[in-house]
Design a protein around this ligand. Structure first.
Ligand code: UT7
Length: 333
């Protein structure tokens, strides 16, 4: 029944933590910045407000707090961690990895640390990567973090993107668990043909930072919203079904779904296609906007705190994002 392979060590989530900056930015404030309305933002995306990091706050700062909370939740010390995988599209520096900064700040000196780049699918990819090290027996305590300071990579003059995103971090501890619980299946996908639907054109080796790239605002996030919307609804349905099938389950067997929080309309459209009631799906995009790789970790943490997930439940995490990338994980809590 379990697709993760015979003879592998079962792996599960044993701790979750999250952090979002205190500063709340409402839609009314955005009305002052760009030509938009609270009504447009709410009806098109479901977002009412988002959190914005302070001038001196970067992705590693929020990630460290989320990680400390996840470690406490798991009953682990920083010195116990073997591996830190951090997913982000808004790193502190283009290189080296933000995970290295987090390793040092946590005092996780035994841990190997690296970043992965999978856009908003980052946490799902990170969990898939991190879990492999436990299943094969190489590591026992893995910290997977999704952290984003989207407010610093979006163009605050572009109304089609700046109203959608927010800042925050979510962290998850992975450890060996009892046979029959933890990860049941993983489905991942990539469609490189869609790179330019959602990307940062400037500042890399293709178009190195210059006065020209700055003037053209190429160092900010660029997105074709309509195309990403269609892609998102399609892959959320397909990846969910594939992961559920790989786990030997049916949609009815899934107790609760934690989707990437990009847009309420995307979540509702996918739920309709899957014939799943919205009462089985966690939504907090109204409070945080799209926090990219951080969203599933923040949503999972809040769902747990609100008692939405019980021991023995079949849980599905599903994400999509830049790359284009997507992924779904089924696990028994
Ligand atoms: O994590 C993955 C990251 N990305 C996403 O998930 C985004 C996926 N896409 C979406 O969520 C939606 O496509 C949006 C919310 C971005 C846009 O919603 P839409 O229903 O697809 O609107 P649209 O792009 O088709 O734009 C409709 C109109 C346009 O005006 P015209 O051309 O019809 O006159 C836009 O210029 O709305 C206009 N518009 C706005 N109006 C007021 C675009 N942004 C705004 C705005 N306020 N902020």
């Amino acid at each position: 029944m379990i697709n993760l392979g015979e003879g592998l060590i079962p792996v599960g989530i044993t701790g979750v933590g999250s952090y979002a900056p205190e500063r709340v930015m409402t839609n009314a404030e955005l009305e002052e910045l760009v030509k938009t309305t609270d009504d447009w933002i709410r009806t098109r995306s479901g977002i009412r407000e988002r959190r914005i990091a302070g001038e001196d706050t970067a992705t590693s700062d929020m990630s460290v707090i989320a990680a400390q909370r996840a470690l406490e939740n798991a009953g682990l010390q920083a010195s116990d961690i073997d591996l830190i995988v951090l997913a982000t599209l808004s790193p502190d520096y283009p290189w080296p990895a933000t995970a290295c900064l987090v390793q040092e700040r946590l005092g996780a000196h035994r841990a190997v640390a690296f970043d992965i780049s999978a856009g908003c699918t980052g946490l799902v990819y990170g969990l898939a990567v991190g879990s492999q090290f436990i299943q094969t027996g190489m590591y026992r305590n893995v910290l997977v973090i999704g952290g984003e300071t989207m407010s610093k990579v979006i163009n605050w003059q572009d109304r089609s993107t700046c109203v959608l995103f927010g800042d925050g971090a979510g962290a998850v501890v992975l450890q060996p668990v009892q046979e029959g619980s933890g990860f049941l299946s993983i489905d991942l996908g990539t469609e490189g043909a869609g790179v330019e639907l959602l990307y940062q054109p400037g500042g890399g080796s293709r178009r190195p930072a210059s006065e020209e790239t700055l003037a053209r605002k190429e160092h900010y996030l660029h997105m074709n919203g309509r195309e990403v919307f269609k892609f998102a609804v399609k892959v959320m349905e397909q990846s969910t079904l594939k992961a559920i099938e790989k786990a030997g389950l049916t949609v009815e067997d899934i107790n609760y779904i934690i989707p990437h929080q990009a847009n309420l309309r995307i979540i509702e459209a996918a739920a309709k296609r899957l014939k799943v009631g919205m009462d089985k799906i966690y939504v907090n995009v109204d409070k945080y906007g799209n926090t990219s790789a951080a969203s599933i970790g923040i949503a999972l943490d809040e769902a747990l705190q609100e008692g939405k997930i019980k021991k023995g439940d079949n849980i599905l995490l599903v994400g999509f994002g830049a790359g284009l990338t997507w992924g779904a994980i089924v696990l028994k809590w």
